[in-house]
Design a protein. Structure first.
Length: 323
């Protein structure tokens, strides 16, 4: 039985804000069980557990496996990472649909970069773009949306507020949008009742994200369009697949989305998206946020970027990953 746990740190191109926390780098873990890998990367501001919590539980689970016991992780990020490391990945999967572009940053910076981005897309403008909202002034964000409509008139927007508005704020914002321009709005308000009220009042469809992570009871609604499933925040495969099945039962779209995992984790999420939601582009356009990669150009893990925390194979002590 070969077991190991490694820690990584990946710098962002520029610091990013996560629920008021400014991060210059992404910290996470990689677990390996008999040559299979999984990523454990709680997201500050969104995960209920810290990286220290996840590290402690991961080490305890590996020690249990080493003793011949069954590991039973309870933290969502650890559940997901261990499930990935124990999953039998299909040898063949359909080609992934291109993920929709993610725009994140200040409206001023995004508007300045817009002509260059549009030039890059000139041959094939994206059908959808995801834009983070409820972070800057409403006027600035609405001006950016107006610019996007002018530059990309046939591109629909996925707006993601991360529950950042009160009901009245969301209503004022959404009443200035064209529903035809918006594919859906993720979690406009902190409570599901307020989000539903905004959807009813404005005619803009919504998607659930944080609601799923909190385990809030929800029911189908005419304005509920999609479930956004982030396995790192939801937990194990069983919990994610239960949401996929419920979405299909109610004819809701399923979007498998990242939580700013490393390039390794994004690859596994892409594989899961092709298994669980092959008809829907995944929300995985986050690798662009990093200035470095855990992977070589050949797609192999870079040993120099991983620090060993635990290693057990025929009595070996902890050692750095071999190429």
């Amino acid at each position: 039985m070969a077991l190991a746990l490694y820690r990584y740190s990946l710098p962002f191109r520029q610091p990013l804000m996560f629920k008021g926390q400014r991060l210059a780098s992404r910290e996470g873990l990689l677990v390996t069980i008999n040559g299979q890998w999984g990523e454990i990367a709680p997201l500050p501001g969104f995960s209920t557990e810290t990286l220290a919590d996840a590290t402690a539980e991961s080490l305890a689970c590996l020690a249990a496996i080493e003793r011949g016991e069954k590991a039973k992780p309870t933290l969502p990020s650890v559940q997901f990472g261990f499930d990935c490391a124990r999953h039998r990945w299909p040898a063949f999967l359909p080609a992934p649909l291109p993920p929709y572009p993610l725009l994140q940053g200040s409206p001023q910076a995004l508007m300045s970069a817009l002509p260059e981005r549009v030039a890059q897309w000139q041959a094939a403008p994206p059908e959808r773009i995801k834009l983070k909202v409820a972070r800057y002034s409403s006027d600035a964000e609405l001006a950016l949306i107006t610019s996007l409509a002018r530059w990309l008139p046939n591109t629909r927007l996925i707006l993601d507020a991360n529950g950042g508005w009160q009901r009245e704020q969301a209503l004022r914002f959404c009443q200035q949008l064209s529903p035809a321009q918006v594919d859906y709005l993720e979690e406009p308000c902190a409570t599901l009742a307020d989000s539903i009220a905004v959807a009813d009042a404005t005619g803009i469809d919504i998607a659930l994200d944080e609601t799923l992570q909190r385990g809030t009871v929800w029911a189908p609604h005419p304005r509920l369009a999609a479930l956004v499933i982030k396995p790192t925040l939801i937990g194990g495969f069983a919990a994610c697949q239960a949401l996929v099945q419920r979405a299909r039962a109610h004819r809701l779209r399923v979007v498998i989305s990242s939580s700013f995992e490393s390039q390794w984790g994004l690859g596994q999420l892409s594989s899961l998206a092709r298994q669980w939601a092959p008809e829907e582009p995944a929300g995985l356009d986050t690798a662009q946020a990093f200035s470095e990669s855990l992977l070589s150009p050949a797609g192999e893990l870079r040993p120099a970027r991983l620090h060993c925390l635990f290693h057990a194979a025929a009595g070996d002590d902890c050692k750095e990953l071999s190429p």
